[in-house]
Design a protein around this ligand. Structure first.
Ligand SMILES: [Zn+2]
Length: 323
């Protein structure tokens, strides 16, 4: 019988043997990974389990990113938060809500249309979180910009989520599916219209178009949040005694646009309305102490906003309390 003592003795004897007297050789350090690990993160809202699923990020130059302020001011805001002042990092984070009886996906990421190798990670992350596309019962869209809808359909035109019911903002649908408006749009905007058609034409007859102020799925209520796009929508997610909001692109990165709600990101289609919406939604979240999930915040892109001098402070979700 090998006891711990005899085993240790054997090891000691082996170490003393002549062939093992040279310095122990360890394996070489593993190569640097150079990429992010699968990015998904779970938290609870009442009985609902929410999984934030990341789709990587895009690195953007500072020049031209904020319409109405100097680059120097943007740099100052980044440095004040301990961030590099050489670029803006814009991540993408969708939400998967497991209500206990339904799996609901909020926005779909870039899918097979990623603009850089740092994005296009969504499906790998979604699968790493234990999900498959066939599990999705419902896809709810906040608005129709490509980084939110492109993951809905594969490049070959087939559906990414074969069983899913599709819910879209009524006002968004009216704007982007208007043939005459697409034809009249400047050339630079035609691609966006075409992307919407590519995603939704095959299911046009079946989509559910939702209005604002309605509970469209158990515990999920739509909130008017236009300005970023004509039908841009935020969502209150409530279960039991807990409530949170998915605010989508009410801010682009909250690092800049929660801090400075008057700043205009280049992607806001109606900048003045977007500012009004941003303040209304963030005021509500701050006053009522409702946690927010953002689409473009630092992963896992959720936290509590609080009114602060001139803007809002974002305290990221405390990880140890998440689940
Ligand atoms: Zn976006």
């Amino acid at each position: 019988m090998i006891t711990r003592r005899t085993a240790l003795t054997a090891v000691a004897a082996a170490s003393a043997s002549p062939i093992l007297t040279s310095a122990p050789s360890f394996a070489a350090a593993p190569p640097l990974a150079g990429t992010q690990a699968p990015s998904f993160f779970r938290y609870k809202v009442g009985d609902y389990e929410i999984t934030a699923v990341g789709d990587g990020f895009l690195q953007r130059p500072l020049e031209g990113f904020v319409r109405n302020v100097d680059v120097a001011d943007v740099k100052k805001t980044l440095v004040a938060q301990g961030l590099p002042d050489t670029h803006i990092r814009v991540p993408y984070t969708t939400l998967v809500i497991n209500t206990g009886s339904k799996l609901i996906l909020m926005d779909t990421g870039n899918g097979e249309f990623a603009a850089a190798p740092t994005t296009g990670r969504w499906m790998a992350n979604f699968r790493a979180a234990g999900f498959t596309p066939e599990m999705v019962d419902t896809v709810i869209f906040s608005h129709f910009h490509g980084d939110h809808i492109n993951g809905f359909r594969k490049k070959d035109g087939t559906a990414m989520f074969p069983r899913a019911e599709v819910m879209v903002p009524e006002a968004e649908w009216a704007f982007w599916m208007d043939e005459a408006r697409m034809n009249a749009a400047p050339e630079a905007m035609k691609g966006a219209f075409k992307g919407v058609h590519f995603a939704f034409d095959p299911v046009a007859k079946d989509v559910t178009r939702y209005a604002w102020g309605k509970e469209i799925a158990p515990g999920i209520t739509t909130v008017r949040a236009d300005g970023h796009t004509p039908g841009h929508t935020a969502f209150v997610i409530a279960s039991g005694k807990e409530t949170m909001m998915f605010v989508a692109d009410v801010t682009n990165t909250p690092i800049l646009f929660a801090r400075h709600p008057e700043w205009q990101v280049i992607f806001d289609m109606d900048p003045a309305q977007a500012i009004l919406t941003r303040k209304r939604i963030l005021d509500m979240a701050s006053a009522d102490r409702i946690r927010c999930a953002f689409y473009h915040g630092p992963f896992p892109s959720a936290g509590q906003v609080s009114r602060d001098a001139g803007g809002y402070r974002l305290d990221l979700i405390p990880l140890q309390d998440a689940i």
